[in-house]
Design a protein around this ligand. Sequence first.
Ligand code: SF4
Length: 488
Amino acid sequence: MSDKDNMTDNGTNTETSAAAKADAKAAPGAASGAAPGAAPKNGGDHIKIVKNATCTFCGCVCDDMDLTVDLKEKRITKAKNACVLGRAWFAEHTIEDRPAALIDGREASVEEAVEEAARILLEARYPITYGLSDSTCEAQRVAVAISDIVKGSVDTTTSVCHGPSGIAFQGVGETTSTLGEVKNRADLVIYWGGNPAESHPRHFTRYAVTPKGMHIPNGKKDRTVVLVDVRKTPSAPVSDIFIQVKPGRDFELLWTLRALVNGKKITADVEELTGVARETLDDLVARMKSCSYGVLFFGMGLTMTRGRHFNSGAVLALAADLNQYAPFVAKPVRGHGNVTGADNVVSWQTGYPFGVNFNRGFPRFNPGEFTTVDVLARGEADAALVIATDPASNFPKKAIETLRRIPVISLDTKPTETSRLARVAFSVATYGINTGGTVYRMDDVPITLRPAFESPYPGDEEILTAIRDKILALRPPRQDAAADRAAP
Ligand code: SF4
């Protein structure tokens, strides 16, 4: 992999993550508005242009945004290069006039709310921390420390999206690459169980289908694009080959492809079983074995349907098999702006990517036991710290019932169902728009955020750090390795 394969538009790469951290330190939580990389103000003294800013709406984390910021109105008026989703993200995150903190629905100071949150977490027997996928790595790190100190669980939205892939990575391994490599080298691009045209609009144009690359000088003309899905989606017209698999038969189809790649015989009923004709399979296998560089992008249509981590494991194993013939990688297409960062941070802090419990004083990983939906549905948690997500609007009924019963602490940029039922609700600044810090693109490349304008609200990192420090101050003194580790 060359340096160029790793590069991002705002100049960060894996080697510059130290610089990213330095930037984040310079802008802890509360937005400085200093906007590293910002161009000089122009168009009037209240108009600012921020070059190479980052959109954190989806896992593409496009870092080539040119933002026009109205500092007087505190809003972004133009987001050049953003897709329709990115433009909506930038447009809707203005500054609203709301209290910075509420306790039981009544306005409170941030200090009072921090103390109440710390007290709730300290007094709980089984506190859980959940969310984190729309927050910076710096904030995620503090959230893991809090869970460690109070001996609760920490879990991210990965557990309800690519959790099965996280399990499969541990069981099967991962043949991986950056999106820069894909852009520069891939001549066979397969999307399986995803609809990037609607969920990640610039995935096609910036990374995998149309851009010209070092070894792909003619862009799309030099690539074959295959889409595998249960029905035709708006992504289908982009593909050269559309393969329709029967719902719930992805695993069988992937295992059949593995058999063919490895020269095994397959039974005659494969079309009846999977919905895909033998000739189509033979053609795809021939293309996979003869390409110069192949990539399998897989989405939640694969990970959250029948088979789950077996499906993810099968796609990872297929990519590994194909390396007998050509460089071939498999990458999940991730949804939230920093869900990949959440996986990385929780993994490097605990050894596991999500659904981690500290109750015994050391990290344990067991999806289904320590994942938030399950803990709440069984009514086990007695306090919840929810960061940048809204489980009260999208979790199963039983889990929401528990959330209504227990004290909840929420951090969010907007009022949500979760913040409305929360005992303590913080209004926070928006990461990437008001705060700096580090996020990870879906290919595990860290990117430095360039905030556009200042928010009156603190950021997640600042609030979580204050809660952690208050917990350490309030807890009875005792020998505790976790506290020692987590202390600043
Ligand atoms: S593809 Fe995703 S990250 Fe890129 S501009 Fe659109 S919403 Fe933002």
